[in-house]
Design a protein around this ligand. Structure first.
Ligand code: SF4
Length: 244
């Protein structure tokens, strides 16, 4: 049995990795990060360093060889939306499933994700353990080992082990793509302040394809408060299924 630990660089991933290493020190483990091509600058190196610090393991990085989040939007003429999250399926789930097929020979694979019930009603509904693939060669289970942890518990767990948070948490509540389809107006204003280049890139693509990333309207109008419809503040009931 091999644990494949899905590592995003966020606080929940870090806590899950530390927990699994402490709880199952002798179980074979691989740690994998799916790069969407639209990550915060320096994310891959930060993840490599953190994984080494927490677990002593090397991080594997996978990506879709044919597209990034930005080229996907350019080619399709539209951004992924909350109902059709092609970004998650094509840039995260798909590449990780392919990576497991090619790199893990163990017939039983436990794919571990740092999903927590507290984050959204959609995540609350997910089962803690479920079989996601079975064929003659292997069985793959998805396990959400910290599903019942609260954010307070995650932060306390990390703090007790002197595991730092990614610097992006100083201004954002989540670790996601540089600009994510789930961002609120508040998040977008924070990105505009701390990473204006990311806003300029999305603005440029919106103008190029004539399609906006957010339902409320062009990103610059959302940030300026010139639109209606974009969520002002985080509301778990508005966040049925995040990036999994
Ligand atoms: S973080 Fe957001 S934009 Fe990036 S892949 Fe996930 S849902 Fe899509």
């Amino acid at each position: 049995m091999t644990l494949v630990i899905n590592f995003s660089g966020g606080k929940d991933s870090c806590a899950m990795l530390a927990y699994l290493c402490e709880r199952y020190p002798d179980m074979p483990k691989r740690v994998v990060f799916a790069d969407t091509g639209w990550e915060h600058p320096g994310t891959e190196q930060w993840c490599r360093d953190m994984v080494r610090q927490i677990s002593g393991l090397e991080l594997d990085v996978c990506r879709n060889p044919n597209k990034t989040l930005l080229t996907m939007a350019e080619r399709r003429g539209k951004f992924p939306g909350m109902q059709t999250r092609q970004c998650t399926s094509d840039l995260k789930r798909g590449p990780i499933e392919t990576w497991i097929r090619r790199n893990v020979t163990d017939p039983v694979v436990i794919s571990c994700m740092g999903i927590r019930s507290e984050e959204s009603t959609g995540r609350k509904r997910l089962s803690k353990l479920r079989r996601i693939q079975q064929n003659s060669k292997r069985t793959v289970w998805q396990w959400n080992p910290i599903k019942d942890w609260t954010e307070v518990e995650v932060l306390a767990y990390l703090s007790a082990r002197s595991i730092p948070l990614h610097p992006v948490y100083q201004h954002l509540r989540r670790f996601s793509c540089r600009v994510c389809i789930y961002m609120t107006v508040h998040d977008l204003r924070q990105v505009d302040k701390h990473d204006p280049e990311a806003v300029a890139i999305i603005d440029g693509i919106e103008q190029q394809i004539g399609f906006t990333m957010f339902q409320g309207g062009p990103i610059r109008d959302v940030i300026a408060g010139r639109t209606k419809g974009q969520t002002e503040l985080f509301d778990p009931s508005n966040d049925p299924a995040q990036c999994v």
